[in-house]
Design a protein around this ligand. Structure first.
Ligand code: NDP
Length: 334
């Protein structure tokens, strides 16, 4: 493609990890383009109230936090463009990102910060009450239900661990598991058994979330052994049935993923391909917290800065604060 500029950095995704990285890079004159296919701010932007992001003692809405991150990145010159990246390639000189509308972006470095999505139940009422009674993150939204009654769904480690966390806040939790046993580790299952305000219901599949106005009131489920309907009165439903990393576009790219499909990196957030980095929830081992994603964005930016210093084709200014050790291990997980 003629006159297609080679960017210093193309960031794929525009959640907290991506935008923090862009704040750091553009502030240091690393020319940065951010491509996003959905909401600026990622999953964080659709969180009602973020109460555990340091520096905001009264909490902040996810949308406002996203707006502020975006404004801060743009202030230093970050360019944001709509782009649904469907494929990336490690060319001999430059990296390439292709979008669904047939655009090709060239870059010296790529940062994968595409986050993940919570797996949905696909139950009636789930979409309608999303964010106002239906939640997927206990740390984020559990404290909104102090002293209330909840239903949690799932039988894995997430469901067990998150329900134990919620049990400290709420009056009572009914956990609905579709199989006749837990998939979670024994130690968590034992802890659940010893927690008096948790009741576990096996063979129970949720079919409908019912509310009135803006509030969830009850859940309709079915016992898959007896085929009988069961109802649970509740103020909210927490769904913990797994995560889907947004890594489908990496198929065939050579980027190494873990067994669950999340991107593997080294401690400096380099992937197994030199010059391609990853930060935030899409990264294998991420903690799924906004504060952590922001920290990872900063770490990735520092590594990218060091990497770009060694790219001959890229001319850069004199940056005074160079401290991190640079060798190939810094950039590559291999
Ligand atoms: P898992 O895939 O381990 O478990 C998902 C659970 O949700 C299963 O009980 C599954 O049921 C159920 N489920 C899936 N789809 C549906 C559906 N449509 N309707 C009802 N139930 C459904 O996911 P987790 O998020 O729990 O864990 C992911 C990974 O992270 C695991 O490897 C886990 O070990 C790890 N992890 C570890 C922690 C720890 O060690 N403390 C904490 C949290 C996570 P079924 O069994 O029938 O498929």
């Amino acid at each position: 493609m003629e006159n297609n500029p080679v960017h210093d950095l193309v960031v794929i995704g525009a959640g907290p990890a991506a935008l923090s990285a862009a704040v750091y890079t553009t502030r240091e004159d690393i020319e940065t383009l951010v491509l996003e296919k959905g909401v600026i701010g990622g999953l964080a932007a659709i969180t009602d109230s973020v109460e555990n992001y340091p520096g905001f003692p009264d909490g902040i809405s996810g949308l406002e936090l996203a707006d502020r991150l975006r404004a801060q990145a743009e202030r230093f010159g970050t360019k944001l463009e709509y782009g649904d990246v469907t494929k990336i390639e490690n060319g001999s000189d430059v990296k390439k990102a292709y979008t669904a509308d047939n655009k090709e972006y060239l870059a010296h470095t790529l940062l994968i910060a595409t986050g993940n999505n919570y797996k949905r139940l696909e139950a009636e009422g789930e979409k309608e009450y999303y964010g106002k009674g239906v939640h997927y993150c206990a740390t984020c939204d559990g404290p909104l239900y102090k002293g209330k009654r909840l239903v949690a769904v799932g039988g894995g480690n997430s469901a067990a661990q998150e329900s134990l966390f919620l049990a400290k806040l709420v009056d009572h939790i009914d956990i609905l598991i579709r199989k006749d046993q837990w998939r979670a580790s024994d130690i968590l299952v034992e802890r659940i058994a010893k927690t008096p305000n948790i009741t576990v219901h096996f063979n129970t599949e949720i079919s409908q979330i019912v509310g009135e106005g803006n509030f969830v009131k009850r859940v309709v489920a079915k016992n898959n052994q007896t085929n009988q309907n069961v109802e649970f009165a509740t103020d909210g439903v927490f769904v913990f049935i797994g995560l889907i990393p947004n890594t489908q576009f990496l198929a065939g790219s050579g980027i190494e993923l873990d067994e669950r499909g999340f991107v593997k990196t080294n401690e400096h957030l380099g992937t197994n391909i030199l010059g391609i980095f990853c930060a935030g929830d899409v990264r294998s081992g991420a903690t799924e917290q906004i504060a952590s994603a922001v920290g990872e964005g900063a770490t990735a930016a520092l590594t990218i800065r060091e990497y770009l210093d060694q790219v001959p084709a890229r001319k850069h200014g004199d940056h005074p604060h160079r401290s991190m050790q640079t060798d190939s291990r810094t950039y590559s997980a291999a």
